[in-house]
Every structure is written in C-alpha cells, then in structure tokens.
Design a protein around this ligand. Structure first.
Ligand code: UDX
Length: 440
C-alpha cells in the first residue's frame, strides 16, 4: 500500500537523493542539492570519472563547482559511486541526469535513459520518486510511466516527475541557486510536497504541469532564446545595409519590457550542447506529428548562414586565394567555458582552412589539438605576422586587450569582430581596419 512519502524519505529534515549521471547537469545538480542540505549520492558507469571525483577532480570546467564538490564531499553530504544498481535500489528519490545526445536525424538518443529505467523497474521494491532532469523529447516521461506499468510495477510504488534544467554553462551555479522558475511535470499530486522542498526555492515561481508540458517548456525556452539570436542576426544584416549600428537598435529594443535586453547579441550565432541539439530534436518531434516548423527552420537557417556571412566579409578585404594568415581568438562556443560542442568558432576555423587561409588560434581555456591550425598559449604571440584577426568568442581578455601591442605584431590591420563586442572607434584610432556585421 502507498504510505505517506515523508515517512520514507525524511521530508522536513533532509532527503536522500541518488543522482544518476555525473555529467554537466548531474554534477551541478548533485552539488547544489548537497548545499541545500540533502544527502546526495551521484552515480555514473564511468569508473575513471568516479575515481577522479572521489579525489576532488571534476571532469568539466564550471566556475566554483570543484570547490563545492570538495567541500560537500568532506561534509559527507555528497558521495560518488559507480554502483548504479545498488544505489537505484536503495534510494527513494532518483534524479536522472544522463546524456541524451543528438542522432543524425535530429532525434535524441535515449539509450542511457532507457537503461536507467530498466534498472529501476528491475529493482524497485519501495516507493520512489523518479525525476527526469535530462532534456528529453515530448512524450518521453509518459513513455517511462507506461513502461513501469507495462512491466508490472504498481502505480502506488512510483511517481515520475519531469523537472527540466535551465542551466547555462559557465553560470550554472548562479542559475541553480537563483532560478527564475522551477518546472515540475507530474501525473499525480502525490510528489508535490517533496518537490516543493527539493530546491529550497524561497520565492521562486513553481510551475506545475503535465509530464509532457514540462518537457515542452524546456524546448520552448531554448527555441525562443534561439529565435531572439537569429532575429538579432537578421536585424544586424538589415542595419548593415542602412549603415546603422545594430548596437543602437539593441539598446532601443532592450528597454521595452515586452522584449527585454537579453539574448539580442548579434554575431557568429548560437552553438553549445543545448540550443542546436534541442532545436533539431523539437523539429523531429514536430515532424512525427506532421507539424510544419517554418519559424524553427528559419531560426536554424539564419544561424547556419552566419559563418558564411563573416567569411565573405573577410574575403572582401583579404581574398583567401592569396593564402593569407589569419588568427582566430576564441574557440569555445561562448566565453566562460571550455566546451567546444557545436562551437561556431570551430566551424569558422574549419571553413577558413578549406578556403586556403593559414589559421592560428588562441583561447584562454582550450589549445586545439589539430595539425591544421597553430594553437598558441599566448594571446599576443598568436597574432604575430597575421593579416587578419577574428574575434569568434567574446572573452573579456579580448575586449580589454592592448590593441597597440596587437597592431605592432600583426602584418595586416584587419580586425573582424564576429561577436560585436569591441569598441570600433578605439580600434580605428589605433590604425586598425575594424569590420563586422551591423557595425558602423
Ligand atoms: C542554454 C540555455 O541558455 C540554458 O537555459 C539551457 O539549459 C542550456 O542551453 P548554454 O548552452 O550554456 O545555455 O549557453 P547560452 O548562454 O544560452 O548561449 C548559447 C549560445 O548562444 C552561445 O553560443 C552564445 O554565444 C550564443 N548567444 C547567446 C548569442 O549568439 N547571442 C546572444 O545574445 C546570447
């Protein structure tokens, strides 16, 4: 028989939570839950990763996370293990944060998710709340619920909760400690009291919806953010044609509370592990229900054409056929991370090489391991004898660098600002040829 949840998991004191998956989302969430006062066991099949974590070494770069993991491991609130089956069996709250990588057709590979579901079904012997944190296509949590029932698990033994994350890489701890909303999709009211206590949310708006509703809030959010970026990029092109600085337009737009100032930066476009993947996945899901995705397609098309646009700008002043040397500053998909996944900078570098440019790079976090590029560990050295410098990621140290030093080392004078982040006037005074899209 179903018993009140708080007898099982110690509500009002602390909860014992098993986080499955020690990736970016799993580790950040596990550390935060430990800070909130819960006892957290984070499990992963990767023995090397778990061994590293037990020694306080974390496999990703996320400011502040390593210190938090060390502190809360020492306080015995955060544990790491590769004993997935045992942990799943022994814990009453299981938070699934495994990867759901993109497949060639745009859909998500749910095989890790399925493995975890099978393990829970095979071992469940007491009431559990199973929380899906991974981004999964609409209908996945309903499928998980159905699988439990079809495999003979009584519905008073479990609740499935869809609780998507909205963390930004590089700011994940800030986001998890200052969420602008918490979204919970459920099938019954039974887990609600536990969910309200899970994140010590204070005044954060709590949004309760269906399982599929929560999944779609996550996709809608990333679709909307991507739309803002592609809108900014199209507007910057129009500004360019009328010789208007897009920065002025951005300012004018941002003061309207219905629009807001965020996610309006024009440049090389969006990348990373989430936005491109989630847009393809949403399109795939829509197509399986015969829904046309005209806006989604346009957002992706604009994004995909940004690199070509910047390379044309470069080619106009420095034709590639001459075998010229360029330096690309920034290789990660955005500043504050070491993540190269779907990085527009990487595509820009690859396409520059294909066109015949000799490419040098510098990034504060990543040295590229490729024989096709010369990757430097010194920012200024990387521009020695270059004909052009391209800013592909807006790291602070690029914005505030010593431009006379740069100019003195370069052979040419072209600076292509592919993130609209530099002070063009100042660069021109320095004798540099400052170029971009939507830049006067
Ligand atoms: C995103 C979402 O913001 C987050 O809520 C979700 O959980 C995961 O995906 P993240 O991938 O870490 O987070 O990066 P984000 O800061 O959103 O930037 C995504 C991409 O958009 C980056 O390549 C960034 O350079 C680009 N971007 C962002 C722009 O081109 N212009 C902008 O104005 C903002």
């Amino acid at each position: 028989m179903y018993k009140p949840i708080f007898y099982e998991i110690g509500l009002k004191e602390f909860m014992k939570i098993c986080v499955v998956g020690a990736g970016y989302v799993g580790l950040t969430t596990a550390a935060a839950l430990a800070v909130f006062g819960h006892e957290v066991q984070c499990v992963d099949t990767d023995q090397v990763k778990i061994d590293d974590l037990l020694q306080g070494k974390i496999p990703i770069y996320e400011p502040g996370l390593e210190n938090l993991i060390i502190e809360y491991s020492q306080k015995n609130r955060l544990y790491f293990s590769n004993k997935i089956v045992e942990s799943i069996r022994d814990y009453s709250i299981i938070l699934i944060a495994v990867g759901t990588p993109s497949q060639n057709d745009g859909s998500c590979n749910l095989s890790f998710m399925k493995q975890v579901v099978e393990m829970i079904v095979a071992t469940i012997n007491s009431y559990k709340i199973i929380i899906t944190k991974s981004t999964v296509p609409p209908g996945t949590n309903e499928w998980i619920h159905r699988t439990f029932i079809e495999m003979g698990v009584k519905d008073d033994l479990f609740d499935i909760v869809s609780n998507p994350e909205f963390l930004r890489e590089g700011r994940a701890l800030w986001d998890i400690f200052h969420p602008n909303k918490l979204v919970f999709g459920t099938k019954t009211d039974r887990p609600l009291e536990v969910l309200k206590e899970l994140y010590l949310n204070g005044s954060t708006p709590l949004i309760f919806t269906s399982l599929t509703g929560a999944e779609l809030i996550k996709y809608a959010s990333n679709f909307f953010l991507a739309t803002k970026i592609s809108f900014a990029n199209e507007m910057a092109r129009i500004c360019d044609a009328f010789q208007v600085d897009y920065a002025d337009i951005k300012k004018g737009l941002g003061t309207d509370p219905r629009i807001g100032p965020d996610f309006l930066n024009a440049g090389l476009g969006f990348g990373g592990s989430c936005l491109p993947k989630d847009l393809h996945s949403l399109k795939h899901s829509a197509l399986t229900h015969n829904i046309e995705t005209k806006l989604l397609d346009a957002v992706m098309e604009i994004n995909d054409s940004q690199i070509e646009l910047y390379l044309q700008r470069l080619n106009n002043v420095l034709p590639a056929s001459e075998g010229k040397q360029i330096t690309v500053w920034g290789v990660t998909f955005k500043p504050g991370t070491d993540d190269l996944r779907s990085s527009p900078a990487i595509t820009l570098i690859q396409q520059s090489i294909q066109r015949g440019y000799t490419v040098h790079t510098f990034d504060p976090m990543v040295k590229l391991d490729s024989c096709d590029v010369t990757s430097h560990s010194d920012q200024y050295e990387s521009v020695n004898n270059s004909d052009a410098l391209i800013i592909a990621t807006e790291w602070e140290q690029f914005i505030h660098c010593d431009w006379s030093e740069v100019q003195g080392r370069m052979k040419g004078s072209i600076v292509l600002d592919a993130r609209n982040c530099l002070d063009g006037e100042m660069l021109r005074r320095q004798g540099l040829l400052y170029l971009g899209v939507g830049i006067r």
